[in-house]
Design a protein around this ligand. Structure first.
Ligand code: SF4
Ligand code: SF4
Length: 309
């Protein structure tokens, strides 16, 4: 007897909803090495400045977790053939690196010794899962060409961790076929990545984007498209406020209240928030003690003013 497909799956829906409820705001304290390969510096600036609160579907959140759960299997497989893998340092924390006065960095998947192709060389280990199409491209073209974001991530990590080789290990999620590639440090490339991070972090306003056309293929898949093309206002938090500045030690200073802000305070913002003008779809007409006055794209006036908090 043929089974009819279920018309609804309330239990599965509940699982997805639970994951969606539990997702955080997605705002990271620092600019991550995993994203520095993004071709669009404007997108990186929006990410660093918490300009978009991205909401993911429960299914997608589960898919991200699939990649994280795969790491333990990669480590087991490597150890099974005699590779010494370390995922955490002596302090019990993941190996992390940072640069740009503490505003750029990330955590490495691990380091390894005994990779059979070069057993005496310490390697950064980067572990990734791919769908079948992405895996086929990886096998055909290698990681630098098929996954430039992963390549850039490894270059930044190697440069900052003092390693000159990486071992990229990947799995096809459909077939569980494995792929590996040894990657050599390209010091000049890595230094350009750090300079790029510095530019993004220190820019008071969003830099030019890769396209001004929202239908451009990279813009269509960009989390920040609505903000970038000024179709909506960014959330109010300290990172979108013109009074904040990233300072030494990965910290943020508020020139309105003359103090360093905790991460929670940055997320909450305050009643004196005023947008970085480039985030507003209008031109600054005037500034008063407690407001910035804009002429909006439609011709109306808008007061970005302090409110009781
Ligand atoms: S929408 Fe396009 S131009 Fe704007 S930030 Fe995203 S990728 Fe860059
Ligand atoms: S004025 Fe308020 S919102 Fe702006 S940076 Fe200072 S504390 Fe944050």
């Amino acid at each position: 007897m043929a089974l009819l497909p279920p018309t609804s799956m309330p239990t599965i829906e509940a699982i997805y909803r639970k994951r969606e409820e539990r997702q955080g705001d997605g705002w990271r304290a620092h600019l991550g090495a995993s994203s520095i390969g993004n071709e669009c510096e404007r997108a990186l600036w929006f990410t660093f400045r918490w300009a978009t609160q991205t909401r993911r579907s429960g299914r997608l959140l589960r898919l991200f977790e699939t990649g994280q759960l795969a790491e333990a299997r990669f480590v087991d497989d490597l150890r099974s053939v005699g590779v010494e893998v370390h995922e955490i340092g002596e302090d019990g924390a993941q190996f992390s690196v940072n640069a740009c006065r503490g505003h750029f960095g990330g955590s490495m998947d691990g380091v390894a010794l005994g990779i059979i192709e070069a057993p005496k060389t310490w390697h950064l280990v980067e572990m990734k899962t791919h769908n079948a199409k992405s895996f086929a491209a990886l096998k055909k073209d290698g990681v630098a060409k098929s996954k430039p974001a992963h390549w850039s991530q490894m270059q930044a990590y190697m440069h900052l961790a003092g390693l000159d080789r990486a071992f990229y290990i990947a799995a096809n999620k459909d077939t569980d076929e494995l792929y590996s590639e040894r990657v050599k440090l390209d010091e000049a490339f890595a230094m350009r990545l750090i300079a790029k991070a510095d530019r993004v972090i220190n820019a008071p306003e969003p830099p030019p984007g890769i396209s001004s056309d929202p239908s451009f293929y990279l813009c269509r898949f960009c989390d920040h498209s609505a903000i970038c093309h000024r179709e909506t206002l960014a959330p109010r938090n300290c990172r979108t406020c013109l009074h904040s500045t990233p300072v030494d030690g990965g910290q943020w200073d508020c020139e309105r209240w003359h103090r360093i802000l905790s991460l929670d305070e940055q997320k909450a913002g305050c009643g004196a928030h005023k947008y970085v003008p480039a985030l507003v779809n209008g031109e600054v007409k005037d500034t008063t003690d407690d407001a910035v006055v804009y002429v909006m794209a439609g011709g109306s006036e808008w007061y970005d003013s302090e409110v009781p908090w």
